[in-house]
Design a protein around this ligand. Structure first.
Ligand SMILES: C[S@@+](CC[C@H](N)C(=O)[O-])C[C@H]1O[C@@H](n2cnc3c(N)ncnc32)[C@H](O)[C@@H]1O
Length: 194
Protein backbone atom coordinates (compact mmCIF):
# COMPACT_ATOMS: atom_id res chain seq x y z
CA UNK A 1 0.00 0.00 0.00
CA UNK A 2 1.34 3.46 -0.88
CA UNK A 3 1.95 6.02 1.86
CA UNK A 4 -0.86 8.17 0.45
CA UNK A 5 -3.34 5.28 0.52
CA UNK A 6 -2.34 4.46 4.11
CA UNK A 7 -2.80 8.10 5.13
CA UNK A 8 -6.20 8.31 3.41
CA UNK A 9 -7.43 5.08 5.03
CA UNK A 10 -6.29 6.27 8.45
CA UNK A 11 -8.03 9.65 8.02
CA UNK A 12 -11.22 7.95 6.81
CA UNK A 13 -11.48 5.01 9.22
CA UNK A 14 -8.67 4.73 11.78
CA UNK A 15 -8.50 8.29 13.08
CA UNK A 16 -11.36 9.97 11.22
CA UNK A 17 -10.92 13.67 10.51
CA UNK A 18 -11.89 16.25 7.88
CA UNK A 19 -13.78 15.36 4.71
CA UNK A 20 -12.26 11.87 4.55
CA UNK A 21 -13.43 11.25 8.11
CA UNK A 22 -16.96 12.40 7.28
CA UNK A 23 -17.06 10.09 4.26
CA UNK A 24 -15.54 7.24 6.26
CA UNK A 25 -18.10 7.70 9.03
CA UNK A 26 -20.98 7.51 6.54
CA UNK A 27 -19.51 4.36 5.00
CA UNK A 28 -18.84 2.70 8.39
CA UNK A 29 -22.42 3.40 9.51
CA UNK A 30 -23.55 1.05 6.71
CA UNK A 31 -20.74 -1.44 6.31
CA UNK A 32 -20.11 -2.11 10.03
CA UNK A 33 -23.74 -1.99 11.19
CA UNK A 34 -24.18 -5.77 11.29
CA UNK A 35 -21.14 -6.27 13.55
CA UNK A 36 -22.10 -3.36 15.79
CA UNK A 37 -25.62 -4.73 16.25
CA UNK A 38 -24.47 -8.32 16.72
CA UNK A 39 -22.12 -7.30 19.55
CA UNK A 40 -24.97 -5.47 21.30
CA UNK A 41 -27.10 -8.64 20.96
CA UNK A 42 -24.26 -10.68 22.47
CA UNK A 43 -24.32 -8.39 25.51
CA UNK A 44 -27.91 -9.55 26.29
CA UNK A 45 -28.86 -6.19 27.74
CA UNK A 46 -31.96 -6.16 29.95
CA UNK A 47 -32.45 -2.44 30.52
CA UNK A 48 -30.61 -2.35 33.84
CA UNK A 49 -26.97 -2.25 32.72
CA UNK A 50 -24.42 0.54 32.60
CA UNK A 51 -22.40 0.16 29.40
CA UNK A 52 -19.14 1.66 28.13
CA UNK A 53 -18.68 1.75 24.34
CA UNK A 54 -15.13 2.18 23.03
CA UNK A 55 -14.61 3.97 19.70
CA UNK A 56 -18.24 4.03 18.50
CA UNK A 57 -17.39 5.96 15.30
CA UNK A 58 -20.71 7.02 13.73
CA UNK A 59 -22.60 5.45 16.65
CA UNK A 60 -24.73 2.64 15.21
CA UNK A 61 -23.95 0.19 18.02
CA UNK A 62 -24.00 3.01 20.56
CA UNK A 63 -27.58 3.80 19.63
CA UNK A 64 -28.58 0.13 19.78
CA UNK A 65 -27.00 -0.15 23.25
CA UNK A 66 -28.67 3.10 24.35
CA UNK A 67 -32.06 1.67 23.42
CA UNK A 68 -31.49 -1.41 25.61
CA UNK A 69 -29.46 -0.27 28.64
CA UNK A 70 -29.98 2.03 31.61
CA UNK A 71 -26.95 4.23 30.86
CA UNK A 72 -24.34 4.22 28.11
CA UNK A 73 -21.10 6.20 27.94
CA UNK A 74 -19.01 6.23 24.76
CA UNK A 75 -15.37 7.28 24.58
CA UNK A 76 -14.18 8.32 21.13
CA UNK A 77 -10.95 10.24 20.28
CA UNK A 78 -12.20 11.64 16.93
CA UNK A 79 -14.19 14.90 17.18
CA UNK A 80 -16.18 14.31 13.97
CA UNK A 81 -17.10 10.79 15.15
CA UNK A 82 -18.15 12.17 18.55
CA UNK A 83 -20.42 14.62 16.67
CA UNK A 84 -21.82 11.84 14.46
CA UNK A 85 -22.49 9.62 17.51
CA UNK A 86 -24.19 12.51 19.32
CA UNK A 87 -26.42 13.19 16.31
CA UNK A 88 -27.39 9.51 16.00
CA UNK A 89 -28.26 9.29 19.70
CA UNK A 90 -29.81 12.75 20.09
CA UNK A 91 -33.15 11.35 21.32
CA UNK A 92 -31.53 9.12 23.95
CA UNK A 93 -30.96 11.02 27.23
CA UNK A 94 -29.21 7.99 28.76
CA UNK A 95 -26.32 8.18 26.24
CA UNK A 96 -23.22 10.38 26.76
CA UNK A 97 -20.31 10.71 24.33
CA UNK A 98 -16.93 11.78 25.70
CA UNK A 99 -13.40 12.35 24.46
CA UNK A 100 -11.23 9.36 25.39
CA UNK A 101 -9.54 6.19 24.23
CA UNK A 102 -9.41 2.56 25.24
CA UNK A 103 -6.15 3.26 27.09
CA UNK A 104 -7.50 6.35 28.89
CA UNK A 105 -11.27 6.26 29.25
CA UNK A 106 -11.45 8.87 32.00
CA UNK A 107 -14.08 6.71 33.76
CA UNK A 108 -14.15 5.73 37.46
CA UNK A 109 -13.12 2.31 38.77
CA UNK A 110 -15.70 -0.51 38.52
CA UNK A 111 -18.34 1.73 36.95
CA UNK A 112 -19.73 -0.50 34.16
CA UNK A 113 -21.46 -3.86 33.75
CA UNK A 114 -20.48 -4.19 30.09
CA UNK A 115 -17.69 -2.84 27.86
CA UNK A 116 -18.14 -3.07 24.06
CA UNK A 117 -15.57 -2.38 21.35
CA UNK A 118 -16.12 -2.88 17.61
CA UNK A 119 -13.42 -2.42 14.97
CA UNK A 120 -10.86 -0.57 17.05
CA UNK A 121 -8.73 -3.16 18.91
CA UNK A 122 -6.30 -3.03 15.98
CA UNK A 123 -5.90 0.73 16.51
CA UNK A 124 -4.99 0.63 20.19
CA UNK A 125 -1.33 1.69 20.41
CA UNK A 126 -0.75 -0.39 23.59
CA UNK A 127 -3.15 -3.35 23.80
CA UNK A 128 -2.01 -4.45 27.26
CA UNK A 129 -2.55 -0.94 28.68
CA UNK A 130 -5.98 -0.71 27.03
CA UNK A 131 -7.09 -4.10 28.39
CA UNK A 132 -5.87 -3.13 31.87
CA UNK A 133 -7.94 0.05 31.63
CA UNK A 134 -11.07 -1.85 30.53
CA UNK A 135 -10.55 -4.35 33.36
CA UNK A 136 -10.32 -1.40 35.80
CA UNK A 137 -13.60 0.23 34.70
CA UNK A 138 -15.61 -3.03 34.66
CA UNK A 139 -17.38 -4.17 37.81
CA UNK A 140 -16.40 -7.61 39.13
CA UNK A 141 -18.53 -10.02 37.09
CA UNK A 142 -18.78 -7.48 34.25
CA UNK A 143 -18.55 -8.51 30.59
CA UNK A 144 -16.00 -7.45 27.98
CA UNK A 145 -17.00 -7.90 24.31
CA UNK A 146 -14.52 -7.18 21.53
CA UNK A 147 -15.06 -7.57 17.79
CA UNK A 148 -12.88 -6.52 14.90
CA UNK A 149 -11.92 -7.24 11.29
CA UNK A 150 -9.84 -10.40 11.64
CA UNK A 151 -7.64 -9.62 8.64
CA UNK A 152 -6.38 -6.40 10.25
CA UNK A 153 -5.89 -7.78 13.75
CA UNK A 154 -2.20 -8.00 14.73
CA UNK A 155 -1.57 -11.40 16.32
CA UNK A 156 -4.88 -12.75 15.03
CA UNK A 157 -7.57 -14.38 17.17
CA UNK A 158 -5.07 -16.42 19.17
CA UNK A 159 -3.07 -13.31 20.06
CA UNK A 160 -6.18 -11.43 21.14
CA UNK A 161 -7.34 -14.36 23.27
CA UNK A 162 -3.94 -14.59 24.97
CA UNK A 163 -3.77 -10.85 25.61
CA UNK A 164 -7.26 -10.77 27.17
CA UNK A 165 -6.33 -13.67 29.48
CA UNK A 166 -3.02 -12.01 30.38
CA UNK A 167 -4.94 -8.87 31.41
CA UNK A 168 -6.69 -10.89 34.15
CA UNK A 169 -10.01 -11.68 32.50
CA UNK A 170 -11.68 -15.07 33.05
CA UNK A 171 -13.94 -17.31 30.94
CA UNK A 172 -12.30 -15.96 27.78
CA UNK A 173 -13.96 -17.20 24.59
CA UNK A 174 -12.77 -16.22 21.11
CA UNK A 175 -14.32 -17.12 17.76
CA UNK A 176 -14.79 -15.95 14.17
CA UNK A 177 -18.10 -14.47 13.00
CA UNK A 178 -19.04 -13.88 9.38
CA UNK A 179 -21.59 -11.13 8.74
CA UNK A 180 -23.82 -11.42 5.65
CA UNK A 181 -21.86 -8.52 4.15
CA UNK A 182 -18.29 -7.59 4.97
CA UNK A 183 -15.21 -9.31 6.29
CA UNK A 184 -14.84 -11.95 9.01
CA UNK A 185 -14.83 -10.57 12.54
CA UNK A 186 -12.64 -11.91 15.35
CA UNK A 187 -14.74 -11.75 18.50
CA UNK A 188 -13.94 -12.21 22.18
CA UNK A 189 -16.13 -12.40 25.27
CA UNK A 190 -14.59 -12.36 28.74
CA UNK A 191 -15.50 -11.67 32.36
CA UNK A 192 -13.78 -9.56 35.00
CA UNK A 193 -13.51 -12.12 37.85
CA UNK A 194 -15.42 -11.45 41.08
C1 LIG B 1 -12.70 1.70 12.09
S1 LIG B 1 -13.53 2.87 13.12
C2 LIG B 1 -14.85 1.86 13.80
C3 LIG B 1 -16.01 2.66 14.28
C4 LIG B 1 -17.24 1.82 14.69
N1 LIG B 1 -17.01 1.12 15.93
C5 LIG B 1 -17.62 0.87 13.60
O1 LIG B 1 -17.33 -0.33 13.70
O2 LIG B 1 -18.18 1.35 12.61
C6 LIG B 1 -12.43 3.03 14.49
C7 LIG B 1 -12.90 4.01 15.54
O3 LIG B 1 -12.07 3.87 16.69
C8 LIG B 1 -11.63 5.13 17.11
N2 LIG B 1 -10.31 4.96 17.75
C9 LIG B 1 -9.08 5.12 17.21
N3 LIG B 1 -8.14 4.87 18.14
C10 LIG B 1 -8.79 4.55 19.29
C11 LIG B 1 -8.35 4.21 20.60
N4 LIG B 1 -7.06 4.13 20.92
N5 LIG B 1 -9.29 3.97 21.54
C12 LIG B 1 -10.61 4.04 21.21
N6 LIG B 1 -11.08 4.36 19.99
C13 LIG B 1 -10.18 4.60 19.03
C14 LIG B 1 -11.60 5.98 15.84
O4 LIG B 1 -11.67 7.35 16.14
C15 LIG B 1 -12.79 5.45 15.08
O5 LIG B 1 -13.98 6.13 15.40
Amino acid sequence: MSRFAGFALDRAFGHPSGLLGAAGGALMARSNAAAEQQVVRLARLTGAEEVLVIGPGPGVGLRAAGEMAARVVAVEPSAPMRDASCRRCAELPNVAVEDGTAEATGQPDAAFDVVLSVNNVQLWPDRAAALAELHRVLRPGGVLLLSTHERWLPGGRAGLHADVRAAGFADVQTWAWQPNRGTTQAQTRAIRPK
